[in-house]
Design a protein around this ligand. Sequence first.
Ligand SMILES: [Zn+2]
Length: 883
Amino acid sequence: MRDANPQTIYLKDYTVPEYLIENVELSFILDEEKTRVVSKLTMLKNPLSHSQDSTLILHGEGLELIRVAIDEQPLNETQYQQSNECLNIDSVPQDKTFIVEIGNTINPKANTALEGLYLSSTMLCTQCEAEGFRKITYFLDRPDVMCSFKTTLIGDKDKYPVLLSNGNKIAEGELQNNRHWVAWEDPFKKPCYLFALVAGQLECIEDSFTTMSGRDISLQIFVEQSDIDKCDHAMQSLKNSMRWDEQTYGREYDLDLYMIVAVGHFNMGAMENKGLNVFNTKFVLARPDTATDSDYEHIEGVIGHEYFHNWSGNRITCRDWFQLSLKEGFTVFRDQEFTADQTSKAVKRIEDVKMLRTRQFAEDAGPLSHPIRPDSYIEINNFYTLTVYEKGAEVVRMIQTLVGKTGFRKGSDLYFQRYDGQAVTCDDFVSTMEEANDIDFEQFRRWYSQAGTPVLEIEQEYNQQLKTHSITIRQSCAPTPRQPAKQPLHIPIQLGLLAADGSVADICLDDHAPCKEILIELKEQQQTFVFEKLEERPVVSLLRGFSAPVNVKMQQSLEELAFLLSHDTDTFNRWEAAHKMSSQIIFGLMDDIKQGKDLELNPLLVQSYQTILQQSWDDLSYLSLLLSLPAENYLAGQMEVIDVDAIHKARVFVEQSLAEQLQNQFLELYQRYHKEESGQFDAGTIGRRRIKNICLGYLVKLESTESYQIVEEQFKTAKNMTDQMAALAVITDSANPNKLMCLDSFYQQWKDEALVIDKWFTLQACSSSDDSFNTVQDLTQHPAFELTNPNRVRSLIGAFSQANQLHFHAANGQGYNFLANQIIALNLINPQVASRMVSGLTQWKRFDENRQSLMKKALEKIINTPDISKDVYEIASKSLVPG
Ligand SMILES: [Zn+2]
């Protein structure tokens, strides 16, 4: 609960731990309501600490202490003090190792916050990152205290036939009263946030992997019995990840066993606990009839992410939580590259950039803006942000762009070798890259300390006489909280030039050898680059592959964008041209709406779509992206004052006009690929399903009887979830009279599959139909809805407030009030998830005055709730700070 004054923690206050733990022996007597924990810590004074204090302070929250002993001498109550957050033990030995023995109990069933040890259905499991271990027992709960763990689990044989923890299983046996025990030992030193235990009635699929040095690793995935037929894809993904990390980074797995457990109640996506990953079921379970193509891809990405953490996170971890991006930025970058290699590089890059630009850029421009290495926090759980993860990955990507792939591998080899077994900083990572490549990243380091999204303003001038084309780039960055003035950043810009006939022009810049593509480095506030030997004015393709996380302001006519869409050789910029063109057209229509003009679609967009549709494409997923309009939240991010109604109206008008004018082409493509549907999962079939469903979306915008028939037919006969879901999504968003019938039959069909029912909630929460707010409100009363399950909360309340811009931001404020009430209800149940939900309200400054005042009122209502958690308090109060 909230202290009178929630304490802010600062990076500048970091000091080394006063004590170290060499090893810990834990034992658990497991019980739903009263688990007994005994912990035996071998400790010593840290030789690097300058503190003269002989008090040992251990972290612990919500624990029932039974006993404390030092070197086998039980302490009496005058020798230690307990507070809400700590246990202070007086005068521990300063000049030798000593053993602290602690006994305490915890109540997993009452733990609805899902941090520490908790109950998910009938299974006991843990989540310790960031500071959950202190809810299990007293400990030095900080990532720079690393030690080896030996864990013994004792439990009832029927309730807990499977008993798992980190490392390798070393012994097991039977006990009286139908109980049994298993002992685990993890030989690798680790911080306690990587500790895990799982106990329950679980089934497992097994496989094995032979590493590059020829060691056999046993692989196991544990799930509840009813899910045992949905694990094959996860297992294959794990093997792909292991192979990829060997091939790409030379990293081999270290233990003899790798386990994954899927858990239904989970605050995050997944957790990389050493040797025992705990996953949200959402990122493990998949069967063609229950999971979509994008679920399959996300599962592979998340399995990869957690596996890659074994090196970038576990063997080398963070010195303190301000360094979170050290492990997350690097690991997200690694999983992005992995997915790109497994699927389509172009599509993966575009998808990642779309997410970054709509969601991270908004975070960067809002009241909670922070650098990828934050300098203060109240609750660290609030800093598992898009900035730390996604922008963090972009910063690592820029390092790779600047030093090249070979240089990056040299740097990562040195990093893994030098810091193995240590807890280090972002700066250590950057220094290693510098040293391995003999390069200076002094200025580049500002990406770690400066918040906000830089803006690049571009001016161009062609000189007929000199045959030169100059590009002037000016960088700036708006002030962010506590950072009023920004310094210039070191920005890598990948660039190409196109001649008027669409061919690639040679690039002649200064003393570089002529080339077809060049990396220019912007370091000053303003710099001019002069390209020579150009017989005519070129068309510039700037920031290829989105080589830096910036906003670009460059005058580009629709004709120039259409030209780039036809000729650019860079797949990212080609898509970007289509995206910019449709955005510009939608903004033009919004102006027309404001002025009460009749709307008319610019024929250039139809022509461009026609051209694209006539070409032949190998990568149909990429084609689908070219034919998709910018999302409403992306368009909102481009506006000074967000007008949700105009955005929706203009965008729907474009969709409908395209559908009318291109219906024959859309229908032809739809039928062709629908006929070829094979139910397979290779890139080709996934692409065919994707383009087919894009066409279906356009066709249904016609709201014609024929199009309703097509989509209902697909809904009823679909053999896989991708097709069934695509059809139902389109139906839910249309005026189709059979909508409720379809939603109901879907519910009846899937009511026993929690993850599918999550989708059912989300579809309705995101619908643009007029009745969508009432539907969402009613759904909170649905028997399948529960606030204690984070996936359910995200699928309904999260989806409505974060993905239904039109109805969440209704001018009467009903959406805001609804969200505030849900957050208040959730605050005591699960502070971490509650605080995530506040993000729907944090961007209030971007709206008109009426909405601003309604959103502020909702935030104030949240803050004034009695017993507000510090998680929710931090986000809500920071959102309201003026400035
Ligand atoms: Zn991670």
